[in-house]
Design a protein around this ligand. Structure first.
Ligand code: DUC
Ligand code: ZN
Ligand code: ZN
Ligand code: ZN
Length: 460
């Protein structure tokens, strides 16, 4: 690997903005300054007129996932190539054991799925679908191997969800070990009841998915999880918060002193329930959980980013092809939940957030990169531009306009939820530890170089 100097770009981090050169050596940022002298043979890139951002971090993806009777359509190669083309240089996937599988067995499965395939760096949140002495022993082992966050589902009771006893056990363990508990906050039993009622009434199309998991059910789950965080003192992270009602619960808990961070998804910021009402089963493309909401929830979510109550932006990338979505053609409850959005998360956020004046450039970088690094134990190796950090850099040309489409995206899925939407900006150059992986929005790099990132617990 040759060394690289990126000259004259406008460097933007969560707190700084200035024009300088960045010299990368042996995978790290070695020097930042004006007219840097670099060794002979160093590759030069002129970033004049472009932004240079720290590589973006997606704190929530499902690259490998067995779910609702099928498998997510990407693998570590296709997902990380798509991620990189869109500026994401690190992703945090979920390692999810089946109900009676041991955590270490799932850990091995995720290792095998990723090693030698990932083209960007990655790590996992360890999901807990059962809690007993054996699981607890193995979780301690997994934390010692560098996994500093757990995941629990309050939803999906039959398959993945945990009851309160298990939840308390997990959160007490997390408190002791200093790891963050991430949580899907929707009440499973309430959803079962509402789904059954709608199905009995013959309401079977994708447009009934949202009414089966209304905002007050998510708000209740959110409140419940926040109370658990207060009781145990554990650090909690609410994934994919979708609506104003749940936001109010989480913010109230923050004000009461609970250690709670909030993540929202790009889908919830720009798509809405009308998308799930499209005719001819097209609405199935927009079935995910929590569901796309009424549009009036979007302004409070943007304000939550702007004011710092919401910490991070995720994708919840969960790619299912139309043939898989059709498993639920007769009954919306059987439509695999998920929207593919790993590739487009950053550019849609930039376009709708920064360019439309809803958030500033620093908050954009903070929410799409820095905060995830801080919360999940990757900072300052990832999430910023400073001497000693990994040289994961995105040179972003805001003057290029592109139209998002299934015809040009790199995700291994046969539709794009943002089809026809114009975005401002393209990733002119993307590096992973100093290695050029993307030029002008296309993957030009080396496959399989992605590394598993070991993380230390930091929340004591
Ligand atoms: N929600 C989704 O839409 N897909 C994957 C899992 C989840 O919670
Ligand atoms: Zn979820
Ligand atoms: Zn998810
Ligand atoms: Zn392409």
């Amino acid at each position: 690997m040759s060394n690289l100097v990126i000259r004259n770009g406008e460097i933007v981090t969560a707190s700084q903005r200035y024009v300088a050169d960045i010299y990368c050596e042996h995978g790290r940022i070695k020097a930042i300054g004006q007219e840097l002298q670099v060794p002979q043979g160093t590759e030069e890139y002129d970033a004049r007129g472009k932004f240079v951002f720290p590589g973006f971090i997606d704190p929530h993806t499902h690259v490998r996932m067995e779910f609702m009777g099928t498998f997510a359509a990407d693998d570590y190669e296709s997902a990380t190539i798509a991620a990189l083309c869109g500026g994401t240089t690190t992703l945090i996937d979920f390692c999810i054991p089946n109900r009676d599988e041991s955590p270490l067995s799932a850990f091995k499965t995720w290792q095998e799925a990723s090693q030698g395939k990932a083209c960007s760096d990655f790590t996992w949140h360890m999901a807990i679908t059962r809690f007993d002495d054996e699981v607890e022993r193995e979780l301690r082992e997994i934390v010692s191997r560098g996994v500093a966050s757990f995941k629990v589902f309050l939803a999906y009771g039959g398959a993945l969800g945990v009851d309160d006893e298990a939840l308390l056990g997990v959160m007490k363990l997390a408190r002791e070990l200093g790891v963050v508990v991430t949580a899907h906050c929707e009440n499973s039993e309430m959803i079962d009841t509402l789904q059954k009622k709608l199905v009995d009434e013959g309401k079977l199309g994708p447009e009934w998915h949202e009414p089966s998991r209304p905002t007050f059910v998510e708000a209740e789950g959110t409140r419940h999880f926040c109370a658990m965080a207060r009781v145990t003192g554990a650090h909690g992270y609410i994934v994919h918060l979708s609506c104003e009602e749940a936001l109010k619960e989480a913010v109230e808990a923050q004000l009461q002193g609970a250690n709670i961070w909030i993540e929202t998804l790009i889908q919830h910021l720009v798509l809405d329930h009308r998308d799930a009402e499209r005719p001819n089963f097209e609405g199935a493309k927009f079935v995910m959980s929590p569901p796309l909401r009424d549009k009036r929830n979007q302004a409070p979510l943007w304000a939550g980013f702007d004011k710092g109550m919401i910490a991070t932006l995720g994708s919840d990338h969960a790619p299912f092809n139309m043939a898989q979505k059709r498993m639920g053609e007769e009954n919306f409850c059987l439509i695999p939940n998920g929207i593919p959005s790993l590739e487009d998360r950053v550019r849609v956020f930039f376009t709708e957030g920064v360019q439309k004046g809803r958030i500033d450039l620093h908050r954009f970088v903070d929410a799409a990169s820095t905060q995830a690094a801080r919360i999940f134990g990757l900072f300052p190796q990832k999430g910023t531009i400073q001497i000693g950090s990994d040289a994961d850099l995105v040179v972003y040309d805001p003057t290029v306009k592109e139209t998002l489409s299934v015809d040009t995206h790199h995700m291994n899925v046969d539709y794009n939820p943002f089809e026809g939407r114009e975005v401002e900006g393209r990733c002119a150059l993307v590096t992973v530890r100093g290695q050029i992986q993307v030029r002008d929005g296309e993957f030009v790099g080396e496959k399989g170089i992605g590394e598993f990132l070991k993380r230390e617990p930091t929340h004591f």
